[in-house]
Design a protein. Structure first.
Length: 254
């Protein structure tokens, strides 16, 4: 089911940083003049919304210098291959996530795991929505690329990858030092249709490749100097990364 983008789905959180709410997932546009970095691309069904969000901030697909991937789940790389193959946009990620993006393997919650949790509030409605948005579609990235070098990337916003493994082996958050923004992907979220709580938290256990390692990675988030957190799911969180990480640690594994 294609996502229809509305004006209130795009929120400006920094001078040139825009958060876009897609089909229960977020992506981020980091603008620099007539160019930008796009972090994640939503579900396959979000393709038109991704293109519309670029247009809404005065950009076109050819304005995207690169797509950065937090991790290669379908709700985050839904349009990555389309952007790469249609516009020649490089798709970059941590080296451990490259084979995952190619779909040499798939570390993503299975239908069986979802059905086993179907009794939990919110799980079935979320599952139906995810299926309609392309959650089980095959969307490999044919030529994913690892970061060319450690440290800040030579892209709009000078994003700094922060390896936060656990949700997937190559999961990365992205720090935007000039804006004080940390894009946390699914290493830390603030809400999800399958969760009964709000605010900084981990996703329910079924979504993680290695839940204990995900919890350990929260310490890496705590060390980042940022006071705006943009999660893969849920609203933007205003507050220090350290305090948000502490909240997650206090809540512990669910």
């Amino acid at each position: 089911m294609p996502k229809v983008l509305h004006d209130d789905d795009i929120i400006r959180v920094g001078s040139n940083v825009y958060v876009v709410s897609g089909s229960n997932t977020n992506w981020v546009i980091v603008k620099d003049g007539d160019s930008c970095t796009l972090v994640d691309t939503g579900y396959p069904g979000d393709r038109d919304a991704v293109l519309a969000s670029l247009e809404a901030v005065g950009l076109a697909p050819h304005s995207v210098a690169a797509v950065l991937v937090t991790h290669a789940h379908n709700d985050h790389i839904g349009s990555a291959e389309h952007l790469r193959s249609s516009y020649g946009i490089p798709v970059l990620m941590h080296e451990e996530e490259v084979p995952h993006a190619r779909r040499e393997f798939l570390h993503q919650v299975s239908v069986g795991q979802v059905l086993a949790q179907a009794w939990r509030p919110g799980v079935l409605p979320w599952a139906v929505h995810a299926l309609r948005a392309g959650g089980t579609a095959r969307v490999p990235v044919s030529e994913p690329e690892a970061f060319p070098a450690p440290g800040a990337l030579d892209l709009p916003g000078s994003p700094v990858p922060v390896h936060t493994p656990g949700h997937t082996g190559g999961h990365c958050a992205y720090h935007l030092p000039e804006s004080g923004v940390l894009i946390t992907g699914d290493a830390l979220v603030t809400a999800h249709p399958t969760s009964r709580i709000s605010g900084p938290q981990l996703l329910p256990a079924m979504f993680h490749t290695d839940r204990p390692r995900t919890l350990d990675s929260v310490a890496r988030i705590a060390n980042v100097d940022a006071d705006v957190l943009v999660p893969g799911h849920g609203p933007v969180h205003h507050g220090s990364a350290k305090e948000a990480a502490l909240t997650v640690r206090e809540r512990g594994a669910r």
